[in-house]
Design a binder for this molecule. Structure first.
Ligand SMILES: Cc1cc2nc3c(=O)[nH]c(=O)nc-3n(C[C@H](O)[C@H](O)[C@H](O)COP(=O)(O)OP(=O)(O)OC[C@H]3O[C@@H](n4cnc5c(N)ncnc54)[C@H](O)[C@@H]3O)c2cc1C
Ligand code: SF4
Length: 329
């Protein structure tokens, strides 16, 4: 870790003060800082004033709402998500995804909002400044080249937040605060350009995540270089509703293979209402493999990451079948 230059940290206590603080030039939202602080130290992230979200009670809540949905504040830590009874009871795939992040120290520090807004990663960029100086400046830093995908006109750095596919499979909605307060499905939050990968304007922040009432059954799977602590090389989450003797309305998401999660609609069409034999699950995995096109900017090789997607999706679908059998359905 390189020394960190002096930075101002402010801790607003309410929504208005928070939005005022974020509107200041150079202000950046600070969740747990588990990625932002190393990023600032390596000059990967910019910002002069860190606006801590920890002091705003609305961002720290996990509430069951009257309509049966659950509202998860953006500043709730991943450790809290992984052990909260409401999450374990109705959204266990999200608890699994939160538990798959890094190490317990990172989960104790890192927030769900920081995970959803996590900066994209690339092995040509997540390096010390001296290492990066040896390369031509790429799109992510305002240059006009991509070392990972020379034919690409945009940055293809990797969306690495593990909770993203689980939230997408569950049908989560994001609540954004700022001058254009809004709610949107999580899959619409990502632009597909790794240099500006989330749809947040200056002064806006992710305030909360809304999890649906009557959630589908869901499962999450991750592939990484080291089981003990590592970013995903690929991850996947699936969900479906068991109704009238068949799985309906399946949702299949693969992530960590590019700057945005990939929804595998071909697999969803294959699975909807069908007999989920082993062969069918393998075929759905194969459709997912064909739907993703990772670039050579992760730690592991491209072919391996693409093949892993097939297994991740087939196994996650198998997890749904196991969950159904356990419930005697
Ligand atoms: C060694 C190591 C291993 C890791 N392994 C994993 C892993 O396996 N899987 C994984 O998913 N992550 C991993 N991480 C990344 C990180 O620890 C987690 O993603 C964590 O959840 C980030 O949350 P945070 O609150 O610490 O975010 P911060 O570091 O505080 O912020 C991350 C980014 O999000 C922005 N931000 C934070 N909160 C908000 C908000 N509410 N609204 C708008 N913007 C916001 C910040 O400005 C910053 O740009 C790893 C990090 C390290 C250092
Ligand atoms: S994907 Fe390309 S543009 Fe983006 S950080 Fe990597 S090398 Fe730079």
């Amino acid at each position: 870790m390189m020394p960190l230059r002096p930075l101002a940290v402010v801790t607003p206590r309410g929504e208005e003060e928070l939005l005022r603080s974020l509107a200041v030039e150079g202000a950046v939202p600070l969740g747990g800082g588990s990625d932002l602080i190393p990023g600032l130290s390596w000059e990967l992230a910019s910002g002069d004033a860190l606006v801590s979200l920890a002091g705003v009670p609305a961002l720290r809540r996990t509430d069951a709402l009257a309509d049966g949905s659950v509202c998860l504040g953006a500043a709730v830590t991943l450790a809290e998500v992984a052990r909260h009874p409401l999450i374990l009871g109705a959204y266990p795939a999200l608890a699994d995804a939160a538990r798959a992040v890094g190490s317990w120290e990172l989960r104790a520090q890192g927030t769900i909002g920081g995970n959803v807004c996590l900066a994209t990663r690339c092995r040509f960029r997540n390096q010390p400044p001296l290492w990066r100086d040896a390369l031509q400046t790429c799109y992510q830093s305002g240059g006009d080249v991509c070392h990972a995908a020379p034919a690409s006109r945009t940055c293809v750095a990797i969306l690495s937040g593990d909770t993203v596919p689980a939230l997408a499979a569950l049908g989560a909605q994001l609540e954004i605060w700022g001058h254009a307060a809004r709610r949107l499905p999580i899959e619409d939050f990502y632009s597909g350009d790794g240099a500006h990968h989330i749809s947040l304007a200056k002064g806006e922040l992710l305030a909360a995540i809304h999890l649906p009432a009557d959630p589908p059954t869901a499962a999450f799977r991750k592939w990484r270089a080291r089981e003990s602590i590592d970013f995903p090389e690929a991850n996947a989450a699936v969900s479906a509703v068991w109704r009238e003797g068949a799985w309906r309305a399946p949702r299949v998401f693969v992530s960590a293979v590019g700057p945005a999660p990939v929804r595998v609609v071909a697999a969803e069409a294959l699975l909807d209402g069908a007999d989920w034999s082993e062969d069918l699950l393998r075929a759905a995995g194969e459709l997912a493999r064909k739907a993703v096109h990772p670039y050579d900017n992760g730690q592991l090789n491209v072919a391996g990451r693409q093949i892993a997607v097939r297994g991740l999706v087939a196994r996650a679908l198998g997890d749904l079948q196991n969950a159904r059998r356990e419930r005697g359905l």
